[in-house]
Design a protein around this ligand. Structure first.
Ligand SMILES: Nc1ncnc2c1ncn2[C@@H]1O[C@H](COP(=O)(O)OP(=O)(O)OP(=O)(O)O)[C@@H](O)[C@H]1O
Length: 401
């Protein structure tokens, strides 16, 4: 459990990178002396302040380019902040970029000794750990091979094995673990769990939101170099999904606007979704009847038209879909002026998360006349016993030894 001793104190840290805009060497030469015009400041971190308490496991999450790796490297002292300060206590082990800290021309064995000495271990101490490190890495047969011949998975195996055997107080892990195969990833996660039990402090950057809620006791959400949320992992994950969704909706809207053509062939006017007995915009709970109400129109009129809805998860995966021809008892008359129809999904069992509804108007040949992408959305609130798009009421029994 986390005690109240900060292992890392990050005070108002900002990091600026200078981005060069020249594209070729020729352009650089031509622009020599006027280089200022072709440089741009880019703030990868903006006024980040965090205290990391001893014994905590923190997940850094955020969209691509939001500054996660930069923050981790700043904590690790690999890069210096442009302003602000970072203070760290205790022994650090860091798994940042792939191959960082490894010498290409040295063998795995030599690199283990080199790495361990950089991390503060004497040769004798490393001798003691060496067999365990090699055993953990699972690459015994290649330990006397130069690491330049290693695959990325082999690199990570050895680097992680060293990092976890040098008795660190603080372990920093960037996304590199994803490079290892599944069995090795599991082994790493087990190791991280035993580190937690031993009261060590871990900061990890990950795109696996499941890992964050399962493993971390705190999550920090970054967006455009700023801390957007700092607290309970599942809340950070929810806010992160919102950011991703906003971006996705913006992209979809921008694309739709770009390709905008006057609607000749009818359209989806609007879609609303709500649970029976509740308002549009209220959370939807497992067991609710979900009502999707969609309005369509056609300027010149169309017979035998088809209305279809599809529910997507935030990952863009279709979770459920249905269309009017499946309902033989309902005959849709010729569509001209706006007409609203309703689909009811009884006793719906969606898992925690946000969902989007795409509504389509099709002709009888199933040609899409208009797809209203992400036309409505709903949220199923957090529920702690499971993850995934399916809700179920789990039970667990101990069947004994
Ligand atoms: N050395 C550098 N020079 C210039 N820009 C950099 C440098 N390192 C990082 N950046 C920029 O800083 C921003 C943040 O990068 P960072 O790698 O920290 O993001 P991230 O959140 O870890 O992203 P990802 O999820 O894609 O790994 C990016 O826009 C990146 O291009």
């Amino acid at each position: 459990m986390a005690s109240h001793v900060p292992v890392v104190e990050i005070n108002d840290v900002s990091k600026r990178f200078i981005i060069r805009k020249e594209k070729s060497l020729k352009e650089r030469l031509v622009n020599a002396g006027r280089s200022k015009q072709f440089k741009e400041d880019f703030w990868a971190l903006k006024n980040v302040s965090l205290e990391i308490e001893s014994g905590s496991t923190i997940g850094l999450i955020g969209p691509n380019g939001s500054g996660k790796s930069t923050l981790l490297k700043t904590i690790g002292g690999i890069i210096q902040p442009t302003s602000g300060s970072v203070q760290r206590r205790g022994r650090l082990a860091a798994l940042l970029e792939l191959g960082a800290g490894f010498h290409q021309d040295l063998t795995g064995r030599e690199n283990v000794y080199l790495n361990a000495s950089i991390l503060g271990l004497s040769r004798r101490q490393t001798d003691l750990y060496f067999d365990d490190i090699v055993e953990f890495s699972g690459i015994k047969d290649f330990i006397d091979t130069q690491v330049k011949f290693y695959s990325s998975g082999m690199y990570v195996r050895l680097a992680f094995a060293v990092a976890v055997h040098v008795d660190p107080d603080l372990l920093l892990v960037d996304e590199v673990l994803a490079v290892g195969d599944e069995a090795f990833q599991r082994k790493c996660l087990d190791k991280i769990r035993s580190f937690q039990a031993e009261g060590r402090t871990i900061v990890l950057v990950t795109h696996s939101l499941g890992q964050v809620t399962e493993l971390c006791d705190r999550a920090v959400l970054l967006s455009k170099g700023q801390v957007m949320f700092d607290g309970v992992p599942h809340e950070a994950v929810r806010d992160f999904r919102d950011i991703l969704e906003e971006r996705r909706v913006d992209e979809v809207t921008a694309k739709a606007e770009k390709a905008h053509e006057p609607v000749q062939e009818g359209r989806v006017v609007e879609t609303v979704v709500f649970a029976r007995g509740r308002e549009v915009g209220d959370d939807i709970h497992p067991g609710d009847d979900i009502i999707i109400r969609a309005t369509f129109e056609h300027p010149t009129g169309i017979d035998d038209w088809i209305a279809a809805v599809q529910i997507d998860s935030t990952m863009g995966t279709a979770v459920y879909g249905t269309a009017s021809p499946r309902f033989e008892n309902v005959h849709l008359p010729r569509l001209t002026s706006p007409r609203t129809i309703e689909f009811v999904i009884k006793n719906a069992q969606f898992g925690t998360g946000r969902y989007f509804i795409n509504t389509s108007l099709m002709d009888k040949e199933k040609r899409h006349l208009h797809d209203a992408v992400q036309n409505a959305t709903f949220e199923v609130p957090y529920y702690p016993l499971a993850v995934g798009v399916l809700h179920a009421e789990p039970e667990m029994r101990d069947l004994g030894a």
